[in-house]
Write a protein that binds this ligand. Sequence first.
Ligand SMILES: Cc1cc2nc3c(=O)[nH]c(=O)nc-3n(C[C@H](O)[C@H](O)[C@H](O)COP(=O)(O)OP(=O)(O)OC[C@H]3O[C@@H](n4cnc5c(N)ncnc54)[C@H](O)[C@@H]3O)c2cc1C
Length: 586
Amino acid sequence: MAFTTRTLLLAAALPLVLAGGHEPTAADYAAWAENWDMCKYTALTWTAIVGVLLIYRSTTELLRYIRRIANLNHGTSADMKQKYFTVPHEKWAMLKTHFIVAPLFRKRHNREFKLSAAMNVGTLPGRVQTFFLVGYCVMNAVTCFMHIDFSGGKARWLSDACSRTGRNNPLIWLLGISFDSYNMIHRWIGRIVVLEAVLHGAFWMAGEVHEEGDMGWTIIAQYMASPGIIMTGTIGVCAFIAILLQSPSIIRHAFYETFLGIHIVLVIVSIVVVWMHLEGFPHQKRLLLPTILVWFIERAWRMVTLVRRNLSNGVTKAEVEALPGDAVRVTLRIANPWKFRPGQHVYMYMPSVGLWTSHPFTLAWSQEDGISNEKALPVARQDLLSTKPTSMSLIIRRRTGFTETMWQKAERSPGGKFMTTAFVEGPYGSQSFQSYGTVMLFAAGVGITHQVPHVRDLVAAYANGTCATRKVTLVWIIQSPEHLEWIRPWMTQILSMDKRRDILRILLFVTRPRSTKEIHSPSSSVQMFPGKPDVGALIDKEQEKQVGAMAISCCGTGSLSDDCRRAMRERCQETEIDFFEEAFSW
Ligand SMILES: Cc1cc2nc3c(=O)[nH]c(=O)nc-3n(C[C@H](O)[C@H](O)[C@H](O)COP(=O)(O)OP(=O)(O)OC[C@H]3O[C@@H](n4cnc5c(N)ncnc54)[C@H](O)[C@@H]3O)c2cc1C
């Protein structure tokens, strides 16, 4: 068929395009109905996944709530009652050991594969993540090729496969999953979208070549160069491939800001051209529309919260102070603050340092105005946590981009600090360990920002009798004692909190002390050691006297997380233990 005739048909009658240029037959209509069914199956599968996640999350939240309120009373007999919660459910513990918390193979999950100190090429997914990824790939393969009639001739199956791989996957809503798992899912869904877009184009081309013989490639080139469905499709596939090529871990980590800017532009280009490509496909457009709406609503919501938090009651100001050990403390006086909770992180913009870029940081501390950082606080610490703070602080480790510029600026400023305007977006996430009788908090380096709020929260709740927690052990691994300075004022406050000695033990491990004189233990509840900890031995010690269920939380290097996970998996069938992992990476 001549190119000009085909172009006219493309413009005039879409069913003909779908049918490969001929009048649609009963087989074509049946194939399109089947294709639409596949979209519905995919949507149903996602709904089921979201449903299961919702049920899982609400059940665990409910169980934790019940465990917390069942164990509020203090005293030896009350603590004995927590014995019930130390005993693990045999099958659930097996599932945690071998599936939920398990790495793919023996131990490695969060420790990154590196080509050099600066070149990170990613991490290995855990078993749950792998199960999800394989399941998702299989589901896509099945819905792309199931019920395609391969005996109906090459033209028929190429046409069917072409329309199947051109499906749009329904939106995902995932709940109660970690930041890095969410990012992993995002990346893999993206890869599959690119693969299916390429297959969609390849099947169409193969169909043309099959029908037109030697002229096929010339016709394909002519279609691609002429405005219309094929040109928009070609631009879309090129944009998808460009996204794939610019997104390997090594590039993302080395040039994050550049990667992000190009990524967003390419995604906008792809969505616009896919929308144009779907001209005349109202059903498919109806699937794409929610994606576009969700994107706009999310952007608009972020803008509104940014303005509300930072400009609605004055302007947010930040004091940036250089600290020993390549870090800065940022104290944010947020114009319209929120209720501080452990585990929250924000995205911070600081135009005088990074223009329009934003970076995620964990909130390490909150403070009401008029309360000095250095002095002891009043007895009722819970008051401090429940009222609105006026300043919130971050500890930021110097890296090579935005954080380096910020550190340099503070270092060169008089007194090692400067004031500037900042904007914070959030807060995102929050976490509570108040339903656990025993809590072990592991941190390496700047990972302490995640654990300090938990320590304060648990000690305050213990003093007020509002948690099940009876024992908290903080294990912090630092390279040199000067890193203690990062949180010194906050530790001073924590150490003077009511009943702190009854519940809190702090173990500091200094991996590169300059001399043995640097290693000294101020008291029996705050101890310092040279070298790295034996994570398993520390957990064994707590397990021997475990009260209630135990939470192990880890925020630090990938290898520390992997050590903690392994130690937890080896012990969680003896007593009830849950593992929580925070990674400052993605
Ligand atoms: C949820 C979360 C909480 C975090 N909390 C803290 C904290 O409390 N203290 C702290 O010191 N660090 C924290 N980080 C890490 C911190 O965001 C990065 O170190 C910081 O963004 C690096 O900026 P840079 O331009 O100096 O990075 P570079 O030196 O250019 O790169 C260093 C690393 O940071 C990554 N990175 C760079 N820019 C971003 C960005 N905009 N978003 C995400 N990652 C980026 C890079 O991919 C690279 O792996 C957190 C990260 C996450 C995801």
